[in-house]
Design a protein around this ligand. Structure first.
Ligand code: FES
Length: 157
């Protein structure tokens, strides 16, 4: 086959491939996500609140869950009240939603109230998650718990 003939064959193949437009792909992905996740879980996953790390945190923790994903939570606590909370994760969409909603749940609350926030509460606030993603809420609540314990240790030193 001559080079020019090969190029013409390639062009024919290219023309036959369907063109997938980004907006159509996005629509398909979103429609699949709505079948699995609540509106609130999707919203927190796409627009997570309080992402990052607090430089002068008074309580900090980082935990890697059984799935291999990690979450970090840093807190600024004053007189037992959560003044600022931030999270980060390298995990899935559900872990982003869980981290985001957890930081929202604890803002301006006293640590005694915050200690009562468990994975069940995180799930309820997100209007549920699929069974396969329940462990993501456990990762968030365990990380929060560890950050509070870190603060208690630091305070008692
Ligand atoms: Fe690992 Fe969600 S945190 S799958």
């Amino acid at each position: 086959m001559y080079p020019s003939h090969a190029a013409s064959e390639r062009n024919k193949t290219r023309r036959r491939l369907p063109v997938l437009r980004f907006d159509k792909i996005e629509k398909m992905v979103m429609s699949e996500m709505h079948k699995i996740y609540s509106e609130k879980a999707i919203e927190h996953s796409m627009h997570p609140r309080n992402v990052g790390r607090i430089k002068e945190a008074t309580g900090i923790a980082r935990i890697t869950g059984p799935c291999g994903d990690t979450m970090g939570i840093s807190l600024k606590i004053g007189k037992g009240e959560i003044l600022e909370a931030k999270f980060w994760t390298d995990g899935c969409c559900a872990s982003i939603s869980c981290g985001s909603v957890t930081t929202e749940l604890i803002k301006s609350r006293h640590i005694f109230e915050v200690q009562k926030i468990d994975s069940k509460r995180i799930l309820e606030t997100l209007n549920g998650l699929p069974e396969s993603d329940v462990h993501c809420s456990v990762l968030a609540s365990n990380t929060l718990d560890a950050a509070i314990k870190d603060y208690m240790r630091w305070k008692n030193e």
